[in-house]
Design a protein around this ligand. Structure first.
Ligand SMILES: Cc1ncc(COP(=O)(O)O)c(C=O)c1O
Length: 364
């Protein structure tokens, strides 16, 4: 077979494919997966029940306009239903944004340690991804503004960010929205927003401005990563454009039903938020005490700093011998760090005791 005649669009083969968090450990040990920032408590029981119930009508196409889910999101998050678009994960919303607003010759800007799907989706659309340096693992608004050009069409900022776990203040985000060029749209990725009590993911900034969009997901606190549901919230002109790109049945009926039940179960969400905050603080303190400090995390993971890239790689291997699978960050240009999802109590204690052994000189 020759590839001389059937050729992908320019730039497609330059894309570095996304690497998902590992779900197996070397040696086939039983695994605790702490590599993809999933909810260790799983989804609300009500979401599971809704998903199973949807199996009774699999022959029927799902809702095309997602009316019920948008209404539930609007009520719980205090946003306007008509300004919401739902997708198969927020990845799909990111991809809609790139396909709608960026193309060959355009630039898509994001911060140095920004989420890996931003450059992938930008390049899929034929656009050029551009990185702006961070300061101490925090997005730097001055650097982002300095990197804007007349070609910048999209600026992505996850706040809080993956994989650093850090966050910048609302006033800085507002300054970014005010300072980007007139032809650019600011995308505020709120995948981890629900882990912060009372935080609305900058929804008020979206309401107040014409050039800001927010993306959100059901994959993190809602524990529905396997169902693939996310949403976007933006000005009417943006949501209208994105809906033209969206497939008519892009979210499955079972996923819609599960997400609707999940968002309405605010008691369960609060429980997950509290458990995460408790074990995140515990683990961060335990690791700091053994010489592995981390920046304050606003998410469901922490990112301890190892003495060297080699030490981080060895610790990763050592954790795997105990079936603890975390995320190495070489692909993000952070080889001295590991990203560790906050698991349940057993998982957090296992991570702390294994890394304590490691720091005392044990090796894989
Ligand atoms: C910052 C950020 N944005 C978006 C996503 C995509 O999530 P999903 O497509 O599951 O909604 C993730 C997933 O890890 C993320 O960390």
């Amino acid at each position: 077979m020759s590839h001389d005649t059937i050729i992908p669009q320019p730039g497609i083969l330059n894309i570095t494919p996304y690497v998902a968090g590992k779900s197996a450990a070397k040696g086939g040990n039983r695994v605790t997966k702490l590599s993809s920032n999933e909810n260790p408590l799983g989804p609300s029981p009500l979401a599971k029940a809704a998903y199973i119930e949807a199996a009774g009508a699999l022959e029927v196409y799902p809702s095309s306009d997602h009316t019920n889910l948008r209404a539930a999101i609007a009520e719980v998050h205090g946003v306007k239903a008509e300004r919401i678009i739902c997708g198969a994960g927020s990845d799909e919303i990111i991809s809609f944004l790139c396909n709608t607003y960026a193309g060959p010759g355009d630039e898509v800007l994001y911060s140095e340690f920004g989420f890996a799907m931003y450059p992938i989706s930008a390049m899929t659309a034929g656009a050029t991804p551009v990185k702006a340096a961070e300061t101490n693992l925090h997005a730097d608004v001055d650097a982002l503004l300095a990197a804007c050009t007349e070609r910048t069409k999209l600026v992505f900022l996850a706040n809080p960010n993956n994989p650093t776990g850090t966050m910048i203040p609302e006033a800085e985000v507002t300054r970014l929205a005010e300072g980007i060029p007139a032809q650019a749209l600011l995308v505020l990725d709120g995948a981890y927003a629900e882990f912060i009590e009372g935080f609305k993911g900058h929804a008020a900034l979206v309401d107040a401005r014409d050039n800001v969009v927010m993306t959100r997901t059901f994959s993190k606190i809602y524990g529905l990563g396997g169902a693939r549901v996310g949403w976007g919230y933006g000005p009417a002109h943006v949501i209208d454009a994105l809906n033209r790109v969206r497939g008519p049945f892009n979210v499955s009926a079972a996923a819609l039903a599960a997400a609707e039940a999940a968002v309405q179960d605010t008691k369960y969400t609060a429980h997950c938020r509290a458990e995460n905050a408790k074990w995140r603080a515990w683990l961060a303190e335990a690791l700091t005490a053994i010489g592995l400090p981390s920046s304050e995390s606003f998410t469901n993971f922490i990112v301890p700093h190892f003495p060297s890239a080699e030490a981080a790689a060895e610790a990763d291997a050592y954790l795997q011998t105990r079936g603890l699978v975390v995320r190495a960050l070489n692909g993000y240009g952070m080889p001295e760090y590991l990203r560790i999802t906050i698991g349940d109590e057993i998982a957090c204690r296992a991570v702390a005791s294994t890394l304590t052994e490691f720091m005392k000189g044990a090796r894989a």
